[in-house]
Design a binder for this molecule. Structure first.
Ligand SMILES: *Cc1c(COP(=O)(O)O)cnc(C)c1O
Length: 231
């Protein structure tokens, strides 16, 4: 029950942030980040209306979602954590999308693995915008080259960009990180007008309202839905 209530509460927060910034709440997808939480909790979130889930470890995600998707074939799960090349095969087999594509070798690996896929693997390119995170492409030039690389693979479908803001209380720093992603999106849209850059994945439990004010279309919420993670 607590999870269903929490989802409602987050939706309310999304709605208010949208109203403040003149946006339509329908533009913002709520992802439930279910890492370290089990099937019973996934089920609750599903009842609360969550249809997109995020996981950051391939093994853990495979254990839960092979079962969960049999029961709920419409459920989608995205990889949001750093992906090692040696896990790419398992990841390509399980996930509907990979949000944490942060290096060219990974694009080549995933591209090679998805050539025969019926439904292409959705891909977001991750931009490094915060001091503490180590992952992500460093700048827009590298994003442009990465976008061209993704295009060469029919099994991959580019959908937009992702970032993680730095862990800080300083709202200005967090906002600057989200602005950097929004402006990278604007640049890529002008450089590659034929492509779909519509997904801007940014914002977590502590900062999703700022992210929405800065243009987020997908917020990744773990703790505020499922509670603290049991490591
Ligand atoms: C864990 C995680 C989240 C969710 O974080 P919360 O603060 O628990 O909402 C979002 N994005 C990524 C990439 C994560 O690893």
């Amino acid at each position: 029950m607590a999870i269903i209530e929490a989802v409602k509460h987050i939706r309310e927060g999304i709605r208010e942030a949208c109203l403040r910034s003149g946006r339509d709440p329908a533009e913002v997808t709520l992802m439930g980040v279910s890492k370290f939480h089990g099937l019973a909790e996934l089920e609750e979130a599903w009842k609360g209306g969550i249809r997109l889930f995020g996981e950051n470890r391939v093994q853990e995600a495979a254990e839960k979602f092979t079962v969960f998707k049999e029961k709920h074939p419409e459920a989608e799960v995205h990889m949001i954590g750093s992906l090692q090349r040696n896990k790419a095969k398992a990841a390509a087999a399980l996930f509907d999308g990979i949000q944490s594509v942060d290096r060219d070798v990974l694009i080549d690996e995933l591209g090679g693995l998805t050539s025969g896929r019926e439904k292409p693997l959705r891909v977001l390119l991750e931009l490094h915008t915060g001091e503490d995170s180590k992952t992500g492409y460093p700048d827009t030039d590298s994003l442009c080259r990465a976008a061209e690389r993704v295009l060469a693979y029919p099994g991959l479908l580019l959908k937009g960009l992702m970032t993680m803001a730095p862990y800080t209380e300083d709202q200005k720093t967090i906002r600057a990180s989200f602005r950097a992603l929004a402006s990278a999106k604007a640049l890529l849209e002008s450089r590659f007008p034929g492509l779909d850059w519509s997904c801007l994945s940014m914002g977590m439990s502590g900062d999703f309202e700022i992210a929405i004010e800065e243009g987020s279309t997908l917020v990744r919420i773990g703790t505020a839905i499922f509670g603290e993670r049991h490591l």
